[in-house]
Design a protein around this ligand. Structure first.
Ligand SMILES: [Zn+2]
Ligand SMILES: [Zn+2]
Length: 258
């Protein structure tokens, strides 16, 4: 079995054919799914999907691109839901900051404050974190360590394959590997993969984005995590079954799924 630990099934691009997407996933051995919180406007759709299907779970969080929604979001209401398994996506993303140096500093500060607030919620409700990091490794690592996020642990997703973050494996953090691994220009991720402890690897699509080769340009979907698992097996010189078993065990542990 494979667990897709990061799939935006609440995205409108799955609205028309969700049942087909899920049955293709099942045929390919993908049997559990976690919808990360990213866009609060589709959060209710994520909850609805998680309640309709036994094997789908959701997380609640505010993405660093969507900071305005933090104040409005009723975390307490969603976090008590039995299908809510994590807090996130939350984190820091300095990739697309606009404006002057001073304006950028203001946005960075706001991202940090809201990230820290979500770490506090994760600790309060004893849920792991789904952490989105892009071009912000040093600051993200410092925040995770300073705020004792290791109490709950979590997954680092979208982490630019930065060696800086590897040591967080010792602080209860897992590493989400997705379609990027199959890209021709994925040198950094390919190089870092063997350095990630095997018991800290988990698989994700981040669909509908980041579709693996040979489907690039199409909508991504959970069935394609099999391609990611195959690529991990090839690069680590292990059996595909071993990759599936270990990453599933890791995901079950992190998200306390049965
Ligand atoms: Zn992300
Ligand atoms: Zn995502």
């Amino acid at each position: 079995m494979i667990i897709d630990t990061h799939i935006h099934l609440d995205d409108k691009r799955y609205k028309e054919d969700l049942d087909d997407v899920l049955s293709r996933a099942k045929i390919n051995g993908v049997k559990k799914f976690i919808i990360p919180g990213a866009d609060p406007s589709t959060l209710d759709r994520a909850v609805e999907i998680a309640h309709k299907y036994d094997n789908i779970y959701f997380a609640i969080g505010v993405h660093p691109y969507d900071l305005e929604s933090f104040e409005k979001l009723d975390f307490e209401k969603y976090v008590r839901d039995e299908k809510c398994v994590a807090i996130g996506e939350c984190g820091l993303d300095y990739f697309r900051l606009d404006g002057s140096v001073d304006e950028k500093e203001v946005i960075k500060k706001k991202q940090k404050d809201i990230f820290i607030a979500q770490i506090e919620l994760a600790k309060k409700y004893k849920k792991p974190l789904i952490v989105h990091i892009r071009d912000a490794s040093v600051d993200s690592k410092k925040i995770l360590l300073d705020n004792k996020a290791s109490e709950v642990g979590g997954v680092l997703h979208c982490y630019n394959a930065d060696e800086e973050l590897l040591s967080l494996a010792n602080n209860s953090f897992y590493f989400g590997i997705g379609g990027v691994l199959t890209f021709k220009n994925a040198k950094k991720l390919v190089n870092i993969l063997p350095k990630i402890p095997f018991d800290k690897l988990i698989i994700e699509t981040d669909g509908p984005y980041l579709t693996p080769t040979p489907h690039r340009g199409e909508r991504n979907e959970p069935a394609y995590t099999l391609l990611v698992a195959q690529k991990i097996a090839e690069l680590l010189d292990k059996d595909l079954e071993e990759i599936k078993n270990q990453t599933t065990k890791n995901a079950l542990e992190l998200f306390k799924l049965s």
